[in-house]
Design a protein around this ligand. Structure first.
Ligand code: GTA
Length: 329
């Protein structure tokens, strides 16, 4: 019941961003430039494919590497979930072709009306080599990291090699995605911005995905957290849940709220996903529940500076190479 109400609400909220008034996000990380533009045409028409990085029949997505106007690009295409409120139109407004019939069983090819047949498309351009590797299907290895390993291996690596967080600063400074903000607490120390993750098309709550970006700069990840950050973490926990209840009618009991270790982007942020949605990176080897993080810091202010942490790294991740060189793997 609550979910259906929320679905309708999401539909209303996302109308402007999805169907009627399409926009294309242009994000030039290196120049720090970021803007929303009215769609000028098909920016992908000149895309030159170099390689399929990975694809999944089950998840119905494909990650592609190629070139867009001579710049390296990664394009992600993903079929979106079928929404209950579209069923009537799908049944009445589609072309149906019988493929086979056998006893009580039959299969068809159904061509839905165009507007119900969209593919969510994410473009990273210009993409760095690291972006290309990130999306390449690879074997993963679990790394065991003591705090000493963090200081001597991980920290120097991420200080040199991590992805730009210019997109985060653009959001915090309202230079990008300002109209997508769901909730904001402007306090410079404990405040944050809550907005839809770019993996979520906001059309249905079943795959709800929001991120809370902290206002305070210089907190890179779980390892930086001490009891000094408890007020900020509790603030995100409570106000984030409340904002999601107000906007999407989803209670806290339906949410998975967590941090990644290692994250891809080293500016502290918290993931809010719907329980039951198998979001990428929500497994136990990478996701740390915010509720646990808070309790750990309450019982030991230096918890994340003393514990061994475990996380997966892909085969050609440079950090994995550093752990191997140090004889830690
Ligand atoms: N609103 O500009 C942005 C933006 N960027 C650049 C990243 N995010 C953004 N959100 C907004 N605007 O959840 C989001 C990311 C991610 C979070 C950063 O910020 O979507 P993280 O630092 O812990 O990094 O979180 P993480 O989780 O590794 O990043 P990401 O991109 O989610 O990658 C994890 C895996 O998810 C990928 O390896 C890939 O398998 C899968 N994936 C990534 N993007 C997509 C996609 N668009 N569709 C489907 N699957 C995807």
């Amino acid at each position: 019941m609550a979910d259906s109400a929320a679905k309708r609400e999401v539909e209303n909220d996302s109308d402007e961003l999805s169907g009627k008034n399409k926009r294309v996000k242009v994000d030039k990380e290196n120049g720090g430039e970021s803007k929303q533009e009215s769609e000028p045409g098909n920016v992908l028409s000149g895309f030159q494919l170099s390689a399929v990085l990975s694809d999944s029949a089950r998840e119905k997505n494909i990650f592609i590497h190629g070139k867009l106007a001579d710049q390296e690009a990664v394009v992600i295409l993903e079929k979106t979930p079928i929404r209950e409120e579209c069923l009537a139109e799908i049944f009445s407004g589609s072309r149906l072709t019988l493929e086979m019939k056998n006893d009580i069983y039959s299969t068809y090819r159904l061509q839905a009306p165009l507007h119900l047949n969209e593919i969510k498309t994410t473009v990273v351009c210009p993409a760095t080599e690291k972006h290309v590797k990130k999306y390449l299907r690879q074997e993963s290895f679990l790394v065991e990291e003591t705090f000493e390993d963090y200081q001597s291996i991980t920290l120097p690596y991420i200080q040199e090699q991590s992805f730009s967080v210019q997109w985060v600063y653009n959001i915090l400074e309202k230079k990008a995605e300002a109209e997508r903000i769901v909730f904001e607490d402007p306090d410079p120390d404990v405040g944050f911005v809550l907005l839809p993750d770019f993996k979520w098309d906001q059309k249905q709550v079943e795959d709800l995905y929001l991120i809370a970006l902290v206002n305070k700069r210089g907190i890179s990840c779980l390892r930086d957290l001490t009891s000094d950050h408890l007020e900020m973490l509790q603030n995100i926990f409570h106000k984030g849940k409340e904002a999601i209840l107000q906007r999407y009618n989803l209670p806290a009991s339906k949410l998975r709220i967590y941090l990644h270790y290692q994250p891809s982007y080293y500016h502290l942020h918290v993931h809010f996903t719907k329980l039951g949605y198998d979001a990428p990176g929500c497994g136990v080897e990478r996701a740390h529940l915010l509720a646990d993080v808070i309790q750990n810091l309450q019982s030991d202010p230096e918890y994340y500076k003393t514990r061994t942490l475990y996380f997966p790294l892909r085969a050609d991740n440079g950090l994995l190479g550093k752990f191997k060189e140090a004889g830690r793997l």
